[in-house]
Design a protein around this ligand. Structure first.
Ligand SMILES: [Mg+2]
Length: 144
C-alpha cells in the first residue's frame, strides 16, 4: 500500500537525519483524470489530489518530481495548470540533486523515495485522502 511506502520513507529520512525525501508523481490517472485526447491536454483533477499536492508543495522536506511521458509542450501547459492551483514541482523526469554514488547509478534512472503512479498501484480515488491523513501524522520537522 502506498501509505506504507511513504511512512517507511519518512521514518527512514528522520532516522538518518535526511532533510528531504524525493517524490516522483505521475500526471494521468494519478493527478488528473485522463481525457484520452491526442490534441487536448487533461485538466480535470481527482478532487482529493488538490489539497494534498498543495500541502506537499508547501513542505520543504518534500522534493516533488513530475514523472510523465507527456510531450515537452504539454508539460509546459501542465506546470502552468498546476501552478494556477498552487501546486508546484521542483523537477520534471529528473533528480539532479542525487548523483551516482556508492549505492546507485542514477544516470538512466533517477533517484526517488516515493512513487505515486496509477500503473504502479496508486488509486487516486482513495490514496490521496490516505496520504493527506498520513501527512498530518508526519508533519514537516521544525527547523533546528
Ligand atoms: Mg498514469
Amino acid at each position: 500500500m502506498i501509505t506504507t511506502a511513504i511512512e517507511n520513507s519518512i521514518r527512514t529520512a528522520w532516522a538518518k537525519k535526511w532533510d528531504k525525501t524525493y517524490w516522483a508523481i505521475d500526471i494521468h490517472g494519478t493527478i488528473l483524470k485522463p481525457n484520452f485526447s491526442a490534441t487536448e491536454v487533461s485538466t480535470e483533477f481527482y478532487p482529493d489530489a488538490i489539497p494534498v499536492l498543495q500541502l506537499l508543495s508547501k513542505r520543504k522536506d518534500v522534493v516533488r518530481i513530475l514523472y510523465t511521458c507527456s510531450y515537452p509542450h504539454e508539460i509546459e501547459i501542465y506546470l502552468k495548470h498546476f501552478a494556477a492551483h498552487d501546486i508546484h514541482f521542483d523537477y520534471v523526469n529528473q533528480n539532479p540533486e542525487v548523483s551516482n554514488g556508492a549505492y546507485g547509478y542514477y544516470k538512466e534512472k533517477f533517484y526517488f523515495n516515493v512513487l505515486l503512479e496509477d500503473k504502479a498501484g496508486f488509486d487516486p480515488a482513495s490514496d490521496w485522502a490516505r496520504i493527506g491523513s498520513l501527512l498530518k501524522a508526519y508533519p514537516e520537522p521544525e527547523e533546528p
